[in-house]
Design a protein around this ligand. Structure first.
Ligand SMILES: *Cc1c(COP(=O)(O)O)cnc(C)c1O
Length: 421
């Protein structure tokens, strides 16, 4: 099936007389005829038993998201942050290290650089423009994974996915990627060699700013039996000696994530949240194409304004390296997020934002309605000046998330607010 069809039909196939719309199974638990049956499920959870780690409504959305990205399985989480956390904890433990591109979302940056460090997991940040040979210098004996973000929030820089995948695979390591901004409609990183894809579903996938959520999708392609990942191969003492690769083959990563991490951490979305997320996904292809069209026009308008110092949006960007990456990875568009620097300081940026009438000041991005945010004073507030530079941000940068209003109205609003600087 093509992606438009998958968005509508994957994950839920009603049988004769069953509800046409995926039902909300609002129940923490499930009834069984015998104690023995439940005991068997504790050895091998083949059926739903408790909604801390699996639920039929969430399961349907997980199947849909796995299909959209071309993976073998998926696990939803209660936020994008929880997805990033679990994606790493499923591989790394205290004493391990992993490599991440420095151009990643501020929340993920803080999770990797501060919180994981407290638990003994080290993240080594690298400049994503380094060559494979230069990247190789950062590999250490305890490096367990490589992480990147397809279209960096908010730097709007496209990652060379194949370069990162090759670098990871040369070292027998999995490559994990955050594909939140493009969504599988604009880019499917597994086709370019990524092993694990994560999303904040709070953004375009939901699209309507209704609920926070995340997902981890497993390509099934990585060989966890290469000697580097004993936790996938050797018996798991917390699960009756379960051997993940032996029992689950290609689904070892995603099943281990659910059986160990979700069981113990419980950062699972509610059925109601999954139901709403599914409604968002149904119209995703239509929305993504229109976001891209609107954003291209807004970026073009901004790039022509004499009040604007620079615009970050791949179609108005003159960086030839970035142009090549856009053609390769995002040929159908680069999402609705445009960042730009106005001529002036932080106060000028804020005055411009305060005078917008249609676009709202919100801590969100990728909504159906146009919104703006000042990253340096909000989402990236915890970063030092050097870290801000590494993440591609400066203090007069504005992140504009172009919505689905008529683009002429969006541009008119920007034009009137620019008069205040
Ligand atoms: C928002 C965002 C996250 C974090 O997701 P939440 O759902 O807010 O926890 C992670 N990555 C990217 C690229 C994001 O934009």
């Amino acid at each position: 099936m093509k992606i438009e069809t998958q968005c509508l039909h994957e994950g839920y196939y009603p049988k004769n007389g069953e509800p046409r719309v995926m039902p909300i199974v609002q129940s923490t638990t499930y009834r069984f005829d015998s104690t023995e049956h439940i005991a068997e499920l504790f050895d091998m959870p083949t059926e739903f038993m408790y909604s801390r780690f699996a639920n039929p409504t969430v399961d349907a959305v997980e199947k849909k998201l796995a299909a959209l990205e071309g993976g073998v399985g998926a696990m939803c989480t209660s936020s994008g942050q929880a997805a990033a956390l679990c994606s790493i904890l499923n591989i790394c433990k205290a004493g391990d290290s992993f490599i991440s591109s420095s151009t990643i979302y501020g929340g993920t940056f803080n999770l990797f650089s501060v919180t994981l460090k407290k638990y003994g997991i080290e993240c080594v940040f690298v400049d994503p423009t380094l060559s494979i040979d230069e990247l190789q210098k950062y590999i250490k004996p305890n490096t367990k994974a490589v992480f990147g973000e397809t279209l960096a929030n908010p730097a709007i820089k496209v990652l060379d996915i194949e370069k990162f995948a090759t670098f990871a695979h040369n070292n027998n390591l999995p490559f994990l990627i955050d594909n939140t901004f493009p969504t599988p409609v604009l880019c499917r990183p597994i086709e370019h060699g990524a092993d694990i894809v994560i999303h904040s579903t709070s953004k375009y996938l939901d699209g309507h700013a209704l609920q926070v959520g995340g997902v981890i999708i497993d390509s099934g392609n990585f060989n966890w039996e290469n000697g580097n990942f004993p936790d996938f191969v050797e018996p798991d003492s917390s699960y009756h000696g379960m051997q993940y690769t032996k029992i689950f083959g290609k689904m070892a990563y995603i099943i281990k994530a659910r059986m160990q991490l979700m069981r113990d951490l419980g950062c699972y979305p509610s059925a109601n949240s999954a139901f709403l997320l599914n409604i968002g996904i149904e119209t995703l292809p239509l929305r993504m194409r229109q976001y891209c069209k609107n954003a291209e026009k807004v970026a073009e308008f901004l790039s022509k304004s004499d009040k604007i110092a620079s615009v970050n949006y791949p179609t108005v960007n003159h960086d030839t390296e970035q142009k090549k990456l856009v053609e390769k990875y995002l040929p159908e568009g680069c999402s609705g997020v445009v960042t730009f620097n106005i001529k002036g300081n932080k106060e000028d940026a804020m005055r411009f934002m305060n005078n917008l009438k249609l676009a709202s000041n919100v801590v969100h991005v990728a909504d159906i309605r146009t919104c703006v945010l000042h990253p340096a004073s909000s989402t990236h507030r915890q970063l030092t000046d050097e870290q801000l530079v590494a993440a591609g941000i400066n203090s007069s940068m504005i992140r504009l998330s172009v919505g689905l209003e008529n683009v002429d109205d969006i541009i008119e609003d920007i034009a009137q607010a620019l008069k205040f600087i």
